[in-house]
Design a protein. Sequence first.
Lengths: 230, 215, 193
Amino acid sequence: MTIAPEKKDATGNSNKMLFAMVGIGLMCALLIVLTYEGTKPIIAKNKAAALEQAIFKVLPGTATTAGYVWTGEAFAPLDDTGADGKRIYAGFSESGELTGFALPATGQGYAGDIRVLYGYDPAQEALVGFYVLESKETPGLGDKIEKDAAFLANFEALSVALNADGSALKEEVQYAKSGEKENPWEIDGITGATISSRAVTEALSASTAEWVPKIYQTKDQFQPQSQSHE
Amino acid sequence: MNKPTDKPGFFAALEDSPSADTFLRGLWKDNPVFVQVLGMCPVLAVTNTAENALAMGLATAFVLLMSNVLVSSLRQFIPKQVRIASYILIIATFVTITDYAIQAISVELHKSLGAFISLIVVNCLILSRAEAFASKNKIGQSVLDALGMGVGFTFALLCLGVVREVLGNGSIFGLALFPDTFQEWIVMVLPAGGFFTLAIWLLLFNILKQKRATT
Amino acid sequence: MKEESLWYIFINASLINNFVLAYFLGICPFLGVSGKLETASKMGAAVTFVMLISSVCAYGINAFLIAIGAPFLQLISFIVVIASTVQLVEMFVRKMSPALFRALGIFLPLITTNCAILGLALFQTQKGYGFVESLVYALGAGAGFTLALVLIAGLRERLDFAEVPSVVKGTALTLLIAGILSLSFMGFAGLGG
Protein backbone atom coordinates (compact mmCIF):
# COMPACT_ATOMS: atom_id res chain seq x y z
CA MET A 1 0.00 0.00 0.00
CA THR A 2 1.56 3.25 -1.02
CA ILE A 3 1.64 6.00 1.52
CA ALA A 4 1.91 9.49 0.06
CA PRO A 5 5.10 11.21 1.17
CA GLU A 6 4.51 13.82 3.83
CA LYS A 7 5.20 17.37 2.76
CA LYS A 8 7.73 18.73 5.20
CA ASP A 9 8.01 22.48 5.30
CA ALA A 10 11.04 24.28 6.65
CA THR A 11 10.33 26.37 9.75
CA GLY A 12 10.81 29.57 7.78
CA ASN A 13 8.13 28.52 5.33
CA SER A 14 5.72 27.58 8.11
CA ASN A 15 6.09 31.00 9.64
CA LYS A 16 5.46 32.67 6.32
CA MET A 17 2.31 30.58 5.85
CA LEU A 18 1.05 31.35 9.33
CA PHE A 19 1.79 35.02 8.90
CA ALA A 20 -0.03 35.15 5.59
CA MET A 21 -3.11 33.29 6.85
CA VAL A 22 -3.38 35.33 10.03
CA GLY A 23 -2.83 38.57 8.14
CA ILE A 24 -5.47 37.76 5.58
CA GLY A 25 -7.81 36.49 8.26
CA LEU A 26 -7.55 39.71 10.24
CA MET A 27 -8.03 41.88 7.18
CA CYS A 28 -11.10 39.90 6.14
CA ALA A 29 -12.58 40.03 9.62
CA LEU A 30 -12.08 43.80 9.69
CA LEU A 31 -13.80 44.27 6.33
CA ILE A 32 -16.75 42.17 7.43
CA VAL A 33 -17.18 43.91 10.75
CA LEU A 34 -17.08 47.33 9.07
CA THR A 35 -19.75 46.32 6.57
CA TYR A 36 -21.90 44.72 9.24
CA GLU A 37 -21.86 47.74 11.51
CA GLY A 38 -22.33 50.09 8.60
CA THR A 39 -25.38 48.32 7.22
CA LYS A 40 -27.03 47.34 10.50
CA PRO A 41 -29.04 50.56 10.95
CA ILE A 42 -30.13 50.59 7.32
CA ILE A 43 -31.25 46.98 7.43
CA ALA A 44 -33.15 47.50 10.68
CA LYS A 45 -34.92 50.50 9.16
CA ASN A 46 -35.83 48.54 6.03
CA LYS A 47 -37.26 45.68 8.04
CA ALA A 48 -39.28 48.02 10.25
CA ALA A 49 -40.66 49.84 7.20
CA ALA A 50 -41.58 46.56 5.51
CA LEU A 51 -43.33 45.33 8.64
CA GLU A 52 -45.28 48.56 9.00
CA GLN A 53 -46.43 48.33 5.39
CA ALA A 54 -47.66 44.82 6.08
CA ILE A 55 -49.52 45.94 9.19
CA PHE A 56 -51.30 48.67 7.21
CA LYS A 57 -52.40 45.97 4.78
CA VAL A 58 -53.97 43.70 7.40
CA LEU A 59 -55.55 46.40 9.55
CA PRO A 60 -57.47 48.75 7.27
CA GLY A 61 -57.67 52.34 8.47
CA THR A 62 -54.49 52.18 10.51
CA ALA A 63 -52.33 55.27 10.67
CA THR A 64 -49.88 54.42 13.45
CA THR A 65 -48.66 51.18 15.01
CA ALA A 66 -47.16 50.14 18.32
CA GLY A 67 -45.39 46.90 19.11
CA TYR A 68 -45.88 44.76 22.19
CA VAL A 69 -44.23 41.66 23.50
CA TRP A 70 -45.68 38.93 25.70
CA THR A 71 -43.72 38.69 28.93
CA GLY A 72 -45.36 35.48 30.09
CA GLU A 73 -48.14 37.20 31.97
CA ALA A 74 -49.01 40.36 30.10
CA PHE A 75 -48.22 42.43 27.04
CA ALA A 76 -45.46 44.98 27.57
CA PRO A 77 -44.46 47.72 25.14
CA LEU A 78 -41.73 46.65 22.79
CA ASP A 79 -38.46 48.43 23.26
CA ASP A 80 -34.91 47.79 22.16
CA THR A 81 -34.08 45.56 25.10
CA GLY A 82 -37.21 43.59 24.29
CA ALA A 83 -38.03 40.27 25.86
CA ASP A 84 -38.15 37.14 23.77
CA GLY A 85 -41.85 36.47 23.87
CA LYS A 86 -44.50 36.62 21.18
CA ARG A 87 -44.78 39.98 19.45
CA ILE A 88 -48.01 41.64 18.44
CA TYR A 89 -48.64 45.01 16.86
CA ALA A 90 -51.52 47.29 17.77
CA GLY A 91 -52.88 49.57 15.08
CA PHE A 92 -54.48 52.96 15.67
CA SER A 93 -56.46 55.16 13.32
CA GLU A 94 -55.76 58.85 12.72
CA SER A 95 -57.97 59.74 15.67
CA GLY A 96 -56.18 57.36 18.03
CA GLU A 97 -58.79 54.65 18.04
CA LEU A 98 -57.74 51.03 18.14
CA THR A 99 -58.15 49.44 14.71
CA GLY A 100 -56.97 46.03 15.78
CA PHE A 101 -53.93 43.85 16.25
CA ALA A 102 -51.53 42.37 13.73
CA LEU A 103 -49.94 39.03 14.59
CA PRO A 104 -47.36 37.02 12.73
CA ALA A 105 -47.86 33.28 12.38
CA THR A 106 -45.86 30.53 10.72
CA GLY A 107 -46.95 27.29 9.12
CA GLN A 108 -45.28 24.36 7.42
CA GLY A 109 -46.04 24.60 3.73
CA TYR A 110 -45.09 22.41 0.81
CA ALA A 111 -41.74 24.00 0.08
CA GLY A 112 -40.87 25.36 3.50
CA ASP A 113 -42.16 27.77 6.08
CA ILE A 114 -44.99 30.11 5.23
CA ARG A 115 -44.91 33.28 7.32
CA VAL A 116 -48.08 35.31 7.42
CA LEU A 117 -49.40 38.40 9.16
CA TYR A 118 -53.04 38.55 10.13
CA GLY A 119 -55.19 41.33 11.50
CA TYR A 120 -57.56 40.78 14.42
CA ASP A 121 -60.27 43.24 15.34
CA PRO A 122 -61.59 42.67 18.88
CA ALA A 123 -64.61 44.88 18.21
CA GLN A 124 -65.79 42.49 15.50
CA GLU A 125 -64.24 39.45 17.18
CA ALA A 126 -62.96 38.48 13.77
CA LEU A 127 -59.88 38.43 11.56
CA VAL A 128 -60.01 41.34 9.15
CA GLY A 129 -56.80 41.04 7.18
CA PHE A 130 -54.29 38.54 5.89
CA TYR A 131 -50.94 38.97 4.21
CA VAL A 132 -48.23 36.51 3.27
CA LEU A 133 -44.87 37.76 4.49
CA GLU A 134 -42.71 34.94 3.25
CA SER A 135 -43.46 31.88 1.20
CA LYS A 136 -41.54 29.56 -1.07
CA GLU A 137 -44.62 27.78 -2.35
CA THR A 138 -44.75 26.56 -5.90
CA PRO A 139 -45.53 29.34 -8.35
CA GLY A 140 -48.87 28.82 -10.01
CA LEU A 141 -49.99 26.32 -7.42
CA GLY A 142 -49.16 26.99 -3.78
CA ASP A 143 -48.66 30.69 -4.34
CA LYS A 144 -52.41 31.00 -4.89
CA ILE A 145 -52.63 31.63 -1.17
CA GLU A 146 -51.28 35.05 -2.02
CA LYS A 147 -53.34 35.73 -5.11
CA ASP A 148 -56.55 33.75 -5.20
CA ALA A 149 -59.40 36.22 -4.67
CA ALA A 150 -61.77 33.62 -3.25
CA PHE A 151 -59.19 32.49 -0.70
CA LEU A 152 -58.32 36.03 0.36
CA ALA A 153 -62.03 36.76 0.80
CA ASN A 154 -61.96 34.30 3.72
CA PHE A 155 -60.15 36.89 5.76
CA GLU A 156 -62.49 39.80 5.41
CA ALA A 157 -64.40 38.64 8.47
CA LEU A 158 -63.18 35.32 9.78
CA SER A 159 -64.97 34.78 13.04
CA VAL A 160 -62.86 34.15 16.12
CA ALA A 161 -65.48 34.74 18.77
CA LEU A 162 -64.71 33.84 22.36
CA ASN A 163 -66.72 31.53 24.56
CA ALA A 164 -68.78 32.68 27.51
CA ASP A 165 -65.99 33.31 30.01
CA GLY A 166 -63.54 34.58 27.41
CA SER A 167 -60.90 31.99 28.19
CA ALA A 168 -60.79 30.35 24.77
CA LEU A 169 -62.26 30.50 21.28
CA LYS A 170 -65.80 29.27 20.93
CA GLU A 171 -64.92 27.54 17.67
CA GLU A 172 -61.39 27.10 16.44
CA VAL A 173 -60.54 28.17 12.92
CA GLN A 174 -60.94 25.17 10.66
CA TYR A 175 -60.30 24.10 7.11
CA ALA A 176 -63.13 23.44 4.68
CA LYS A 177 -62.74 22.02 1.22
CA SER A 178 -63.05 24.53 -1.54
CA GLY A 179 -66.64 25.65 -1.89
CA GLU A 180 -67.86 23.78 1.17
CA LYS A 181 -67.49 26.54 3.74
CA GLU A 182 -70.57 26.72 5.93
CA ASN A 183 -69.53 28.59 9.05
CA PRO A 184 -67.86 31.95 9.55
CA TRP A 185 -64.96 30.37 11.40
CA GLU A 186 -64.02 28.11 8.52
CA ILE A 187 -61.47 28.82 5.82
CA ASP A 188 -62.44 27.83 2.30
CA GLY A 189 -59.49 25.95 0.86
CA ILE A 190 -58.02 26.17 -2.63
CA THR A 191 -58.30 23.25 -5.02
CA GLY A 192 -54.87 22.36 -6.30
CA ALA A 193 -53.19 24.15 -3.42
CA THR A 194 -54.45 21.99 -0.59
CA ILE A 195 -51.19 21.67 1.24
CA SER A 196 -50.48 25.39 1.17
CA SER A 197 -53.98 26.46 2.15
CA ARG A 198 -54.13 23.85 4.89
CA ALA A 199 -50.79 25.07 6.19
CA VAL A 200 -52.15 28.60 6.42
CA THR A 201 -55.29 27.35 8.16
CA GLU A 202 -53.36 25.41 10.75
CA ALA A 203 -51.01 28.29 11.40
CA LEU A 204 -53.93 30.67 11.92
CA SER A 205 -55.87 28.19 13.96
CA ALA A 206 -53.05 27.59 16.41
CA SER A 207 -52.14 31.25 16.63
CA THR A 208 -55.66 32.55 17.17
CA ALA A 209 -56.50 29.85 19.69
CA GLU A 210 -53.52 30.86 21.77
CA TRP A 211 -53.46 34.64 21.44
CA VAL A 212 -56.93 35.95 20.71
CA PRO A 213 -58.26 35.20 24.22
CA LYS A 214 -55.24 36.87 25.82
CA ILE A 215 -55.53 39.94 23.62
CA TYR A 216 -59.28 40.27 24.06
CA GLN A 217 -59.01 40.23 27.83
CA THR A 218 -56.43 42.98 27.88
CA LYS A 219 -57.62 44.98 24.87
CA ASP A 220 -58.29 48.12 26.82
CA GLN A 221 -54.71 48.57 27.96
CA PHE A 222 -53.46 49.41 24.48
CA GLN A 223 -53.03 53.10 23.83
CA PRO A 224 -51.26 54.84 20.97
CA GLN A 225 -47.72 55.71 21.97
CA SER A 226 -44.86 57.20 20.04
CA GLN A 227 -42.28 54.48 20.07
CA SER A 228 -40.10 52.66 17.62
CA HIS A 229 -40.53 48.98 17.07
CA GLU A 230 -38.85 46.38 15.00
CA MET B 1 0.42 41.68 -38.53
CA ASN B 2 -3.05 42.43 -39.73
CA LYS B 3 -5.39 39.47 -39.63
CA PRO B 4 -7.47 39.13 -42.79
CA THR B 5 -10.77 40.26 -41.40
CA ASP B 6 -13.79 41.97 -42.81
CA LYS B 7 -14.37 43.91 -39.60
CA PRO B 8 -13.79 47.67 -39.61
CA GLY B 9 -10.38 48.92 -38.42
CA PHE B 10 -11.43 49.55 -34.81
CA PHE B 11 -12.57 46.02 -34.19
CA ALA B 12 -9.57 44.54 -35.96
CA ALA B 13 -7.30 46.51 -33.66
CA LEU B 14 -9.36 45.37 -30.70
CA GLU B 15 -8.88 41.74 -31.59
CA ASP B 16 -5.14 42.14 -31.66
CA SER B 17 -4.98 43.85 -28.28
CA PRO B 18 -4.18 41.43 -25.42
CA SER B 19 -6.13 43.51 -22.93
CA ALA B 20 -9.22 43.44 -25.03
CA ASP B 21 -8.78 39.73 -25.44
CA THR B 22 -8.62 39.27 -21.69
CA PHE B 23 -11.93 41.05 -21.37
CA LEU B 24 -13.70 39.55 -24.36
CA ARG B 25 -12.74 35.98 -23.56
CA GLY B 26 -15.19 35.84 -20.71
CA LEU B 27 -18.04 36.96 -22.90
CA TRP B 28 -17.97 34.30 -25.55
CA LYS B 29 -14.90 32.14 -26.14
CA ASP B 30 -14.52 31.13 -22.51
CA ASN B 31 -17.99 31.90 -21.30
CA PRO B 32 -18.19 30.61 -17.72
CA VAL B 33 -21.54 28.93 -18.17
CA PHE B 34 -21.72 27.80 -21.78
CA VAL B 35 -18.09 26.87 -22.32
CA GLN B 36 -16.43 26.28 -18.98
CA VAL B 37 -19.62 24.92 -17.38
CA LEU B 38 -18.78 26.42 -14.01
CA GLY B 39 -21.00 27.91 -11.34
CA MET B 40 -24.03 25.94 -12.44
CA CYS B 41 -25.95 25.96 -9.17
CA PRO B 42 -27.03 29.61 -9.26
CA VAL B 43 -27.54 29.42 -13.02
CA LEU B 44 -30.37 26.99 -12.50
CA ALA B 45 -31.67 28.16 -9.17
CA VAL B 46 -31.89 31.91 -9.40
CA THR B 47 -32.99 32.35 -13.00
CA ASN B 48 -36.72 31.97 -12.50
CA THR B 49 -37.14 35.68 -13.18
CA ALA B 50 -35.02 38.08 -15.21
CA GLU B 51 -34.63 40.40 -12.25
CA ASN B 52 -33.23 37.64 -10.02
CA ALA B 53 -30.90 36.58 -12.81
CA LEU B 54 -29.58 40.11 -13.25
CA ALA B 55 -29.13 40.68 -9.52
CA MET B 56 -27.34 37.38 -9.08
CA GLY B 57 -25.10 38.05 -12.06
CA LEU B 58 -24.13 41.47 -10.79
CA ALA B 59 -23.55 40.20 -7.25
CA THR B 60 -21.30 37.42 -8.54
CA ALA B 61 -19.48 39.85 -10.84
CA PHE B 62 -18.87 42.16 -7.90
CA VAL B 63 -17.42 39.39 -5.74
CA LEU B 64 -15.33 38.18 -8.69
CA LEU B 65 -13.97 41.68 -9.29
CA MET B 66 -13.07 42.36 -5.66
CA SER B 67 -11.61 38.91 -5.19
CA ASN B 68 -9.49 39.17 -8.35
CA VAL B 69 -8.21 42.59 -7.29
CA LEU B 70 -7.27 41.44 -3.80
CA VAL B 71 -5.74 38.14 -4.90
CA SER B 72 -3.74 39.92 -7.59
CA SER B 73 -2.51 42.59 -5.14
CA LEU B 74 -1.47 40.00 -2.58
CA ARG B 75 -0.10 37.43 -4.98
CA GLN B 76 3.50 38.01 -3.93
CA PHE B 77 2.67 37.55 -0.26
CA ILE B 78 0.57 34.39 -0.33
CA PRO B 79 2.69 31.24 -0.01
CA LYS B 80 1.83 28.53 -2.51
CA GLN B 81 0.70 25.96 0.06
CA VAL B 82 -2.01 28.12 1.59
CA ARG B 83 -3.17 29.81 -1.56
CA ILE B 84 -6.46 27.99 -1.97
CA ALA B 85 -7.36 28.54 1.67
CA SER B 86 -6.50 32.23 1.34
CA TYR B 87 -8.57 32.61 -1.82
CA ILE B 88 -11.55 30.98 -0.14
CA LEU B 89 -11.19 33.28 2.86
CA ILE B 90 -11.06 36.35 0.63
CA ILE B 91 -14.01 35.22 -1.48
CA ALA B 92 -16.08 34.40 1.61
CA THR B 93 -15.39 37.88 2.97
CA PHE B 94 -16.68 39.64 -0.11
CA VAL B 95 -19.68 37.37 -0.31
CA THR B 96 -20.55 38.25 3.28
CA ILE B 97 -20.16 41.93 2.43
CA THR B 98 -22.36 41.51 -0.64
CA ASP B 99 -24.98 39.72 1.45
CA TYR B 100 -25.27 42.62 3.89
CA ALA B 101 -25.18 45.15 1.05
CA ILE B 102 -28.12 43.46 -0.67
CA GLN B 103 -30.06 43.35 2.57
CA ALA B 104 -29.50 47.06 2.96
CA ILE B 105 -30.58 47.77 -0.61
CA SER B 106 -33.74 45.70 -0.77
CA VAL B 107 -35.24 43.25 1.70
CA GLU B 108 -37.42 41.84 -1.09
CA LEU B 109 -34.47 41.08 -3.35
CA HIS B 110 -32.62 39.45 -0.49
CA LYS B 111 -35.59 37.18 0.15
CA SER B 112 -35.84 36.18 -3.52
CA LEU B 113 -32.18 35.32 -3.84
CA GLY B 114 -32.08 33.77 -0.40
CA ALA B 115 -29.29 31.41 0.46
CA PHE B 116 -27.85 31.63 -3.03
CA ILE B 117 -26.12 34.88 -2.21
CA SER B 118 -24.09 33.05 0.41
CA LEU B 119 -23.59 30.22 -2.02
CA ILE B 120 -21.65 32.54 -4.33
CA VAL B 121 -18.69 31.58 -2.19
CA VAL B 122 -18.71 28.08 -3.64
CA ASN B 123 -19.20 29.26 -7.18
CA CYS B 124 -16.31 27.42 -8.80
CA LEU B 125 -15.98 30.28 -11.28
CA ILE B 126 -14.55 32.73 -8.76
CA LEU B 127 -12.07 30.30 -7.27
CA SER B 128 -11.04 29.20 -10.73
CA ARG B 129 -10.32 32.76 -11.89
CA ALA B 130 -8.35 33.47 -8.72
CA GLU B 131 -6.22 30.40 -9.22
CA ALA B 132 -5.89 30.46 -12.99
CA PHE B 133 -5.51 34.17 -13.62
CA ALA B 134 -5.47 36.66 -10.75
CA SER B 135 -2.67 34.87 -8.91
CA LYS B 136 -0.45 35.15 -11.96
CA ASN B 137 -1.28 38.52 -13.43
CA LYS B 138 -1.16 42.20 -12.61
CA ILE B 139 -4.09 44.01 -11.06
CA GLY B 140 -5.12 45.79 -14.24
CA GLN B 141 -5.34 42.57 -16.23
CA SER B 142 -7.11 40.82 -13.38
CA VAL B 143 -9.74 43.53 -13.36
CA LEU B 144 -10.36 43.06 -17.08
CA ASP B 145 -10.58 39.32 -16.64
CA ALA B 146 -13.05 39.66 -13.79
CA LEU B 147 -15.17 42.12 -15.73
CA GLY B 148 -15.22 39.92 -18.81
CA MET B 149 -16.11 36.77 -16.90
CA GLY B 150 -18.62 38.66 -14.79
CA VAL B 151 -20.38 40.10 -17.81
CA GLY B 152 -20.29 36.73 -19.55
CA PHE B 153 -21.77 35.07 -16.50
CA THR B 154 -24.49 37.70 -16.14
CA PHE B 155 -25.25 37.36 -19.85
CA ALA B 156 -25.67 33.60 -19.49
CA LEU B 157 -27.89 34.06 -16.43
CA LEU B 158 -30.02 36.55 -18.32
CA CYS B 159 -30.39 34.14 -21.24
CA LEU B 160 -32.02 31.72 -18.87
CA GLY B 161 -33.83 34.23 -16.73
CA VAL B 162 -35.51 36.02 -19.60
CA VAL B 163 -36.65 32.81 -21.31
CA ARG B 164 -37.96 31.32 -18.08
CA GLU B 165 -39.81 34.44 -17.07
CA VAL B 166 -41.31 35.15 -20.48
CA LEU B 167 -42.57 31.60 -20.94
CA GLY B 168 -43.29 30.81 -17.32
CA ASN B 169 -44.83 34.06 -16.20
CA GLY B 170 -45.65 36.01 -19.33
CA SER B 171 -43.58 38.93 -18.18
CA ILE B 172 -40.11 40.37 -18.40
CA PHE B 173 -38.57 42.17 -15.42
CA GLY B 174 -42.05 42.22 -13.97
CA LEU B 175 -43.68 43.91 -16.95
CA ALA B 176 -46.52 41.86 -18.38
CA LEU B 177 -45.94 41.03 -22.02
CA PHE B 178 -48.99 39.10 -23.02
CA PRO B 179 -52.70 39.62 -22.53
CA ASP B 180 -54.44 37.77 -19.73
CA THR B 181 -55.35 34.89 -21.98
CA PHE B 182 -51.73 33.76 -22.12
CA GLN B 183 -51.37 30.34 -20.57
CA GLU B 184 -48.14 30.33 -18.66
CA TRP B 185 -45.78 27.39 -18.93
CA ILE B 186 -45.49 26.96 -15.18
CA VAL B 187 -42.89 24.27 -15.68
CA MET B 188 -40.50 27.00 -16.76
CA VAL B 189 -40.33 28.55 -13.33
CA LEU B 190 -40.07 25.17 -11.66
CA PRO B 191 -36.70 23.48 -11.16
CA ALA B 192 -37.36 21.21 -14.14
CA GLY B 193 -37.69 24.24 -16.37
CA GLY B 194 -34.29 25.44 -15.29
CA PHE B 195 -32.74 22.18 -16.40
CA PHE B 196 -34.59 22.19 -19.71
CA THR B 197 -33.81 25.81 -20.56
CA LEU B 198 -30.13 25.42 -19.90
CA ALA B 199 -30.06 22.19 -21.88
CA ILE B 200 -31.58 23.93 -24.88
CA TRP B 201 -29.20 26.88 -24.69
CA LEU B 202 -26.24 24.47 -24.52
CA LEU B 203 -27.73 22.63 -27.46
CA LEU B 204 -27.91 25.81 -29.51
CA PHE B 205 -24.39 26.69 -28.47
CA ASN B 206 -23.14 23.28 -29.55
CA ILE B 207 -24.90 23.51 -32.90
CA LEU B 208 -23.29 26.91 -33.46
CA LYS B 209 -19.89 25.55 -32.53
CA GLN B 210 -20.29 22.63 -34.92
CA LYS B 211 -21.35 24.92 -37.74
CA ARG B 212 -18.33 27.15 -37.13
CA ALA B 213 -16.00 24.15 -37.14
CA THR B 214 -17.22 22.88 -40.47
CA THR B 215 -17.21 26.23 -42.34
CA MET C 1 -44.21 26.54 14.20
CA LYS C 2 -45.20 22.93 13.98
CA GLU C 3 -42.68 20.44 15.24
CA GLU C 4 -41.35 18.38 12.39
CA SER C 5 -40.99 14.69 13.02
CA LEU C 6 -37.55 13.24 12.34
CA TRP C 7 -39.04 10.95 9.74
CA TYR C 8 -40.55 13.92 7.94
CA ILE C 9 -37.25 15.78 7.98
CA PHE C 10 -35.56 12.81 6.38
CA ILE C 11 -38.19 12.33 3.70
CA ASN C 12 -38.30 16.04 3.03
CA ALA C 13 -34.56 16.35 2.50
CA SER C 14 -34.17 13.21 0.43
CA LEU C 15 -37.31 13.16 -1.71
CA ILE C 16 -39.75 16.05 -1.50
CA ASN C 17 -37.15 18.79 -1.59
CA ASN C 18 -34.28 16.80 -3.02
CA PHE C 19 -31.14 18.90 -2.78
CA VAL C 20 -30.17 18.40 -6.39
CA LEU C 21 -33.47 18.18 -8.22
CA ALA C 22 -35.43 20.76 -6.25
CA TYR C 23 -32.89 23.08 -4.68
CA PHE C 24 -30.22 22.95 -7.42
CA LEU C 25 -27.42 22.26 -5.03
CA GLY C 26 -24.47 20.09 -5.94
CA ILE C 27 -24.94 20.50 -9.67
CA CYS C 28 -21.22 20.64 -10.50
CA PRO C 29 -20.39 17.15 -9.21
CA PHE C 30 -23.80 16.05 -10.43
CA LEU C 31 -22.85 16.89 -14.02
CA GLY C 32 -19.25 15.80 -13.64
CA VAL C 33 -19.30 12.52 -11.78
CA SER C 34 -22.54 11.01 -12.91
CA GLY C 35 -21.11 9.19 -15.91
CA LYS C 36 -20.45 5.91 -14.19
CA LEU C 37 -22.65 4.23 -11.64
CA GLU C 38 -19.85 3.07 -9.39
CA THR C 39 -18.10 6.43 -9.16
CA ALA C 40 -21.44 8.11 -8.60
CA SER C 41 -22.39 5.96 -5.64
CA LYS C 42 -18.99 6.39 -4.02
CA MET C 43 -19.10 10.13 -4.55
CA GLY C 44 -22.53 10.14 -2.95
CA ALA C 45 -21.17 8.29 0.05
CA ALA C 46 -18.24 10.70 0.41
CA VAL C 47 -20.55 13.70 0.19
CA THR C 48 -22.96 12.23 2.74
CA PHE C 49 -20.09 11.67 5.12
CA VAL C 50 -18.80 15.23 4.74
CA MET C 51 -22.37 16.48 5.16
CA LEU C 52 -22.81 14.69 8.47
CA ILE C 53 -19.59 16.09 9.88
CA SER C 54 -20.27 19.57 8.54
CA SER C 55 -23.76 19.47 9.97
CA VAL C 56 -22.47 18.78 13.47
CA CYS C 57 -19.77 21.43 13.16
CA ALA C 58 -22.18 23.98 11.72
CA TYR C 59 -24.51 23.45 14.66
CA GLY C 60 -21.68 23.98 17.11
CA ILE C 61 -20.23 26.97 15.29
CA ASN C 62 -23.59 28.67 15.03
CA ALA C 63 -24.25 28.27 18.73
CA PHE C 64 -20.80 29.68 19.49
CA LEU C 65 -21.13 32.65 17.14
CA ILE C 66 -24.51 33.59 18.54
CA ALA C 67 -23.11 33.37 22.04
CA ILE C 68 -20.28 35.76 21.21
CA GLY C 69 -22.51 37.97 19.13
CA ALA C 70 -20.74 37.62 15.80
CA PRO C 71 -23.32 36.20 13.39
CA PHE C 72 -21.55 37.83 10.45
CA LEU C 73 -18.66 35.38 10.72
CA GLN C 74 -21.01 32.51 9.98
CA LEU C 75 -20.18 32.11 6.30
CA ILE C 76 -16.42 32.24 6.76
CA SER C 77 -16.48 29.76 9.65
CA PHE C 78 -18.69 27.33 7.75
CA ILE C 79 -16.52 27.34 4.65
CA VAL C 80 -13.32 26.91 6.65
CA VAL C 81 -14.78 23.92 8.48
CA ILE C 82 -16.02 22.36 5.25
CA ALA C 83 -12.63 22.84 3.56
CA SER C 84 -10.87 21.21 6.51
CA THR C 85 -13.29 18.30 6.63
CA VAL C 86 -12.81 17.63 2.95
CA GLN C 87 -9.05 17.73 3.44
CA LEU C 88 -9.37 15.10 6.17
CA VAL C 89 -11.64 12.91 4.06
CA GLU C 90 -9.20 13.20 1.18
CA MET C 91 -6.30 11.98 3.33
CA PHE C 92 -8.48 9.19 4.70
CA VAL C 93 -9.56 7.97 1.27
CA ARG C 94 -6.03 8.19 -0.08
CA LYS C 95 -4.77 5.90 2.70
CA MET C 96 -7.71 3.51 2.74
CA SER C 97 -8.35 3.05 -0.97
CA PRO C 98 -5.88 4.53 -3.48
CA ALA C 99 -7.96 3.12 -6.32
CA LEU C 100 -11.04 5.03 -5.23
CA PHE C 101 -8.88 8.10 -4.73
CA ARG C 102 -7.71 7.91 -8.33
CA ALA C 103 -11.21 7.24 -9.59
CA LEU C 104 -12.67 10.29 -7.89
CA GLY C 105 -9.73 12.39 -9.00
CA ILE C 106 -10.22 16.14 -8.91
CA PHE C 107 -13.79 15.76 -7.70
CA LEU C 108 -12.76 14.86 -4.18
CA PRO C 109 -11.22 18.23 -3.32
CA LEU C 110 -14.04 19.79 -5.31
CA ILE C 111 -16.47 18.61 -2.65
CA THR C 112 -15.40 21.77 -0.86
CA THR C 113 -17.05 23.84 -3.53
CA ASN C 114 -20.05 21.56 -3.57
CA CYS C 115 -22.83 23.98 -2.83
CA ALA C 116 -24.85 21.15 -1.36
CA ILE C 117 -22.67 20.97 1.72
CA LEU C 118 -22.58 24.69 2.39
CA GLY C 119 -26.25 24.86 1.48
CA LEU C 120 -26.99 22.19 4.06
CA ALA C 121 -25.19 24.13 6.78
CA LEU C 122 -26.98 27.34 5.83
CA PHE C 123 -30.44 25.76 5.59
CA GLN C 124 -30.26 23.87 8.85
CA THR C 125 -29.19 27.05 10.61
CA GLN C 126 -31.97 29.01 8.96
CA LYS C 127 -34.58 26.43 9.94
CA GLY C 128 -33.31 26.41 13.49
CA TYR C 129 -32.93 22.66 13.74
CA GLY C 130 -31.68 21.13 16.95
CA PHE C 131 -28.72 18.77 17.08
CA VAL C 132 -30.50 15.52 16.29
CA GLU C 133 -32.73 17.18 13.70
CA SER C 134 -29.66 18.58 11.96
CA LEU C 135 -28.07 15.15 11.79
CA VAL C 136 -31.21 13.61 10.33
CA TYR C 137 -31.46 16.49 7.87
CA ALA C 138 -27.85 15.93 6.78
CA LEU C 139 -28.49 12.21 6.42
CA GLY C 140 -31.55 12.88 4.32
CA ALA C 141 -29.78 15.44 2.16
CA GLY C 142 -26.88 13.09 1.55
CA ALA C 143 -29.21 10.22 0.78
CA GLY C 144 -31.16 12.38 -1.65
CA PHE C 145 -27.98 13.59 -3.33
CA THR C 146 -26.73 10.04 -3.69
CA LEU C 147 -30.09 8.92 -5.00
CA ALA C 148 -30.18 11.63 -7.67
CA LEU C 149 -26.58 10.94 -8.66
CA VAL C 150 -27.13 7.18 -8.88
CA LEU C 151 -30.32 7.56 -10.90
CA ILE C 152 -28.66 9.84 -13.42
CA ALA C 153 -25.56 7.64 -13.65
CA GLY C 154 -27.70 4.60 -14.33
CA LEU C 155 -29.62 6.45 -17.03
CA ARG C 156 -26.48 7.83 -18.61
CA GLU C 157 -24.80 4.45 -18.72
CA ARG C 158 -27.80 3.11 -20.57
CA LEU C 159 -27.88 6.05 -22.95
CA ASP C 160 -24.24 5.44 -23.87
CA PHE C 161 -25.57 2.58 -25.95
CA ALA C 162 -28.26 4.61 -27.65
CA GLU C 163 -27.88 6.69 -30.76
CA VAL C 164 -27.92 10.27 -29.60
CA PRO C 165 -27.29 13.27 -31.90
CA SER C 166 -23.81 14.60 -31.28
CA VAL C 167 -25.00 18.10 -30.41
CA VAL C 168 -27.02 16.78 -27.52
CA LYS C 169 -24.39 14.46 -26.08
CA GLY C 170 -22.77 15.27 -22.82
CA THR C 171 -23.96 18.06 -20.56
CA ALA C 172 -27.05 18.96 -22.56
CA LEU C 173 -28.34 15.41 -22.38
CA THR C 174 -27.63 15.12 -18.68
CA LEU C 175 -29.55 18.32 -18.07
CA LEU C 176 -32.54 17.09 -20.04
CA ILE C 177 -32.64 13.87 -18.06
CA ALA C 178 -32.25 15.84 -14.85
CA GLY C 179 -35.20 17.99 -15.83
CA ILE C 180 -37.42 14.97 -16.35
CA LEU C 181 -36.23 13.45 -13.08
CA SER C 182 -36.97 16.72 -11.32
CA LEU C 183 -40.51 16.68 -12.68
CA SER C 184 -41.03 13.13 -11.52
CA PHE C 185 -39.74 13.92 -8.03
CA MET C 186 -42.42 16.57 -7.73
CA GLY C 187 -44.77 13.66 -7.39
CA PHE C 188 -43.46 13.21 -3.87
CA ALA C 189 -45.24 16.32 -2.72
CA GLY C 190 -47.50 15.61 0.20
CA LEU C 191 -45.51 12.57 1.27
CA GLY C 192 -45.16 12.56 5.00
CA GLY C 193 -48.27 14.62 5.50
